[in-house]
Write a protein that binds this ligand. Structure first.
Ligand SMILES: NC(=O)c1ccc[n+]([C@@H]2O[C@H](COP(=O)([O-])OP(=O)(O)OC[C@H]3O[C@@H](n4cnc5c(N)ncnc54)[C@H](OP(=O)(O)O)[C@@H]3O)[C@@H](O)[C@H]2O)c1
Length: 234
């Protein structure tokens, strides 16, 4: 496989693992990074995904380097937790902007190229919390639930064009993002996880790789859990 792949938020955590997994397969992989330096083994484009001009430039830079994006993994995401009455509206809005609006933005920019190339794969990074709800995370859960409507509507729009659109819904995955989860909350979530353990970025990357590959040619509009059984059946 040697497709042009763009992973947003691909400089660390789950995104970096996805990028490296796909590069190992022979794909031409670019990542966006916002802070610090890009990974030395990958083509990095500096980009704040909440900035429309940055996003446009990122797609153009990737196209110049490798050709138009054929596989988009919209992975960049943030949390800004607080109980709803204490959550500033700005924190609600900025989580929606990063996790949902920016995912739409990148898809919107990439789709015309996929249509022209008559092939494409889009994978959105959702979360089980979008289905379960999560106290202290109304913004995060709303953004991740919103990705379901985005996924399924785009799947309808693009189904006849050999472009699939899916999302993965990870449970607890060992990255910086869960460093601030309290032991009590972590234990409570693990008690509801059939496998009773936290997942790894590699376990998420393996599923994204499948969705981006030929083996998933008839999978679209799906929400695939990678959660060790947390929120199964949701
Ligand atoms: N870890 C989990 O348990 C878990 C579970 C379910 C879903 N997820 C989802 O998986 C995705 C990756 O999370 P992670 O666990 O790998 O978290 P992470 O280690 O905190 O990484 C988040 C990534 O998103 C990037 N990012 C955030 N805001 C951005 C912005 N405005 N512009 C550009 N990049 C931005 C970060 O870039 P910087 O380095 O520049 O900050 C970083 O690369 C997220 O969408 C998250 O919601 C994670």
């Amino acid at each position: 496989m040697s497709r042009t792949v763009l992973v947003t938020g691909g400089n660390r955590g789950i995104g970096l693992e996805i990028a490296r997994t796909m590069a190992d397969e022979g794909d031409k992989v670019a990542v966006t990074y916002r802070t610090g330096e890009p990974p030395s083994d990958l083509f990095g484009v500096r980009c704040d995904v909440t900035d429309p001009a940055d996003a446009e430039r990122a797609l153009a830079d990737v196209a110049k380097q490798y050709g138009p994006v054929q596989v988009l993994v919209a992975n960049a995401g943030i949390t800004k937790d607080a109980l709803a009455p204490l959550m500033p509206e700005d924190d609600f809005r900025s989580v929606l902007e990063t996790n949902l609006v920016a995912a739409f933005r990148f898809a919107r920019l990439a789709v015309p190229h996929m249509v022209r190339g008559r092939w494409g794969r889009i994978v959105f990074m959702s979360s089980v919390m979008g289905f379960l709800g999560s106290p202290g995370q109304v913004n995060y859960a709303a953004s991740k639930a919103g990705l379901l409507g985005l996924t399924r509507s785009l799947a309808w729009e693009l189904g006849r064009r050999r472009i699939t659109v899916n999302m993965v819904t990870p449970g607890l995955i060992e990255t910086d993002m869960i460093k601030n989860v309290s032991d009590k909350r972590r234990d409570a979530l693990l008690a509801q996880t059939a496998m009773r353990r936290v997942g790894t970025p590699a376990e998420v990357a393996a599923v994204v790789r499948f969705l981006a590959g030929d083996g998933a040619s008839y999978v679209t509009g799906a929400a695939i859990p990678v959660s060790g059984g947390l929120a199964m059946g949701q």
